[in-house]
Design a protein around this ligand. Structure first.
Ligand code: SF4
Length: 241
């Protein structure tokens, strides 16, 4: 059974609409020479300037994902493109604090929010580090939705997040053939915290209880880095591989 998708237009969640499987894109919308040139040009650009380039290049075919650990990227992106479609992967196992962060963000930013859900019969295989569960509840719903609705997407990855993310590019071609843009890649922890404070960005209240990285409740413990995810058995869910 295929993953479900729905759009929140009000604080309540609309009934899900079925999506069908899609094939991976065969040719990227950004050629190798443009990709190299753009990365060189944007390496020292601000996050807002990077979003602006992506919005001018891809228009409404630019989307963004949000985990709602905070709304820093939402704040940056909606400052450039107020109507940008924000995609939230509702795994069914989010903390109440995360869902509350979604509601607060909807109120503040009047988000154009799309909620993607797993197939109704997705197995509850959420033991720590379960690749099958992350695939069914995160990777597959996004893989089924993005290629039919987007040419490019924004992600909140920062090089300071972890050793695995230390060299993430500003712009790349993902495994689906879509253009992936990381506007905050160059933000240091200090830059990031300064931005949050200066812009009074909404922060998931779990952060004040020691959760520096926030995922699903069965797989997340308080920690000062991403080692609190999946009991330390892995550090990525598969969305960014
Ligand atoms: S983080 Fe845990 S509960 Fe959430 S999708 Fe992955 S394995 Fe499942």
């Amino acid at each position: 059974m295929q993953p479900l998708t729905s759009t929140i237009t009000a604080p309540s969640i609309a009934a899900p609409v079925r999506e069908t499987a899609v094939a991976l894109r065969r040719s990227p919308v950004l050629g190798a020479s443009e990709l190299s040139r753009v990365n060189a040009e944007l390496e020292h650009a601000s996050p807002a300037e990077i979003v602006r380039w992506a919005h001018e290049r891809f228009g409404a075919r630019l989307k963004m994902t949000a985990s709602f650990a905070d709304t820093a990227l939402i704040d940056i992106a909606t400052g450039v493109a107020p109507d940008i479609e924000v995609i939230f992967l509702d795994t069914g196992f989010h903390f109440a604090e995360t869902l509350n962060t979604v509601r607060r963000a909807m109120e503040r930013y009047e988000l154009n929010l799309t909620v993607l859900r797993p197939a109704a019969d997705a197995a509850d295989v959420w033991e720590r580090g379960s690749d099958a569960c992350c695939a069914a509840r995160k990777v597959d719903p996004l893989a089924n939705y993005l290629p039919r609705h987007a040419d490019a997407w924004l992600s909140g990855l920062r090089r300071a997040d972890s050793a695995e993310r230390a060299s993430v590019p500003i712009v790349s071609i993902d495994k689906r053939g879509l253009v992936k843009v990381n506007p905050m890649a160059n933000m240091s922890d200090l830059d990031y915290q300064t931005y949050i404070a200066e812009r009074d960005v909404i922060v998931n209240t779990l952060a004040f209880d020691g959760y520096s990285s926030i995922g699903c409740w069965p797989c997340t413990e308080p920690s000062t880095d991403r080692s609190g995810r999946w009991g330390g058995s892995k550090t990525e869910c598969g969305l960014h591989l």
